[in-house]
Each structure stands twice: as structure tokens, then as C-alpha cells.
Design a protein around this ligand. Sequence first.
Ligand code: PHE
Length: 347
Amino acid sequence: MKEQLEQIKQQALCALDAAATPADLEELRVRYLGKKGELTAVLKQMGSLSAEERPVMGQVANSVRAVIEEKLESRKSEIGAAVLEAKLASEAIDVTIPGEPVTMGHEHPMNQVLQQIKDIFVGMGYQIVDGPEIELADYNFTRLNIEEGHPSRDRSDTFYFDDEDKVLLRTQTSPMQIRYMENHKPPLCMLAPGRVFRKDEADATHSPMFHQIEGLVVAENITMGDLKGALITIMHKIYGHDANVRFRPHHFPFTEPSCEMDMQCHKCHGTGEVNGGVCSTCHGEGWIELLGAGMVHPEVLRNCGIDPDKYSGFAFGIGLERTAMGRLKINDLRLIFDNDARFLNQF
Ligand code: PHE
């Protein structure tokens, strides 16, 4: 038995010397010192020894265990130190290597144009306000004189949240006219830019989400001449004084009379053709629709507690993407939302 113990000791010490990782050490601990380990197996045979031999063998066994335990501890700290050293070496940072250059972004081209437009209007005395994108049908339609059953309220055009068609993603910024007039008395002059949503297929001039800039002026003696003057001034400031714009009669339930304003297509210069084909930017029209406008309908003023016999006003809704397209000579609206740095870096 003594030889057996001696052999276990030699083997264990050898194996411990050869161990390279904390996992190796744990395996050896179990193999030699564990409950089912080799040392325990030998100790189990002690019962067969004589009463004189037993304490002697016990002592030998204890000293073998102590030697193995001691070796285990010293290997543990050696291997631990080696592991730490390797980790430090692999994670060492060379502070003298030059850093990676950080590419700086810049304001999105559409925001550049929005900022410019806001500045122009602020200079003309407009107050800039913000409103909810999730809107009540009451504000988006009803109080704007768009009655139940009107085609623009259709589920095929509008994103509704509820079965009763009462809550929706606003299809226009015009509900801001109502919201503003609820809280402000004339004379008033407001500008409300923001996102609007329609069930439109995306193409060169359409997107299911786009931006409008709503404008509203209500005071005494406001006329269609004021509307035209303000909008032509603004377009000349944005596009330059030689920009070609035109007004066309139109219909909106919340303005009377109503019109739309177009800008000559910057791609085909009004011809509707590019290289013998139909201009894709204006669909061959030669003009791009920029905004809807008109004199605020008396019913809308009344809906907001404003006396239409005393006050009149004009309103407009500018399409921001289309305005930016003309300003920056972009020929496809989808590029504005694609977020491709090769495109954005040009502005
Ligand atoms: N809200 C209208 C649209 O989305 C535009 C508009 C705004 C027309 C204000 C008249 C007055 O088409």
C-alpha cells in the first residue's frame, strides 16, 4: 500500500507539472483528491490492514494528500499568472498607432431647405408651430369642411387606427389651421411644417410619407392678392427671381376660391421631354405641383369661432420634398429617403 501511495504521489506531481490550464488542474484535482479519486480508493482499503499498520499508513496517506494539495495550489497561482499575462499581452493597446478617421455627417438636404423656408417665413412675421402626426378625423377632415363620405376620407387613401375611422395618421398639415385658430385670435400668421401620410405607391414624385408646410394668415381685409404676393415672394427667394411659377384653379373643401401653384420642371425646363422620352421627373407635364392654397372657407372660420364677415384669410400647404427637389435639382423623390451617403454627400 505504501508503494501504491508513493506511486500516486509521483504521478500526481508529474501530471500537475504538465498541466497548462485551470481546467487541467481541476481535472487532476478530481482525479487524485476527489471523492471517487485514486487516493480515496486506496484509503478505502485501510480496513484490511492490521491495527498497528493502520495509523502508519494513515499518516503516509495524509502526507501524500498534503503534498498533492500544496502542489495544486502552487500550480494554480503559476497558471493563473500565465493566463493573466497572456491576456494582457493580447489586449495591449499601442497608443502610438494613428486613430481611425471619424466621418462627420451634416444636415440632411431636406432639412437644409426646410430651414431656409422657415427663415424666410419668420422674416415675414410667421409663428412656427408643431402639431400631432396622429390626428382626429374631426381635425383632419370634418372641421375643415370635408364631410363624411368625401373621397379623400376613404380607407384606401388614409391610414386609420380604429374601426370607426376616428383616429388616423394625418393626411395633410391642414388640421393645424383648426388647432391654431382654436387658440389664437386674428390677426394671425402661422407656419406648421410636419410629416403627413397617405396610402400612395412610391414613385419619382410620390411617397407614403412626406412633408408639408402649412401656412395660415387671418386678419381683416386679407385678399387673394396677398396670397399670390406671399407665395411668389417665397418661391423667388427659394428658387431665384427668374423661377417660373404658375397658379391654376383647383378645389379644396376648406378654401374658396382654391388654387395650386406649379413650378416649371427643373429637369426638362418645361418641355416635358428628356432625350426624346417623357420626362420622369414631371411625368411629361413640364410643371411640378408645389402647393395647394386658397382663401380660408367661411365655414372653416366659423368652425373656429372667427366671424367671416369681419375676417378673411389665406392658407397654403407646400410639399417640402418637391420644393427641395427643385431647389437642389434632385430628379427622384425616393433618393431623399434612401439614406445613401453617396447621394447625401453632394449637398
Ligand atoms: N392640404 C392640402 C393638400 O394636402 C393643401 C392645401 C393647404 C390647400 C392649405 C389649401 C390650403 O393637398
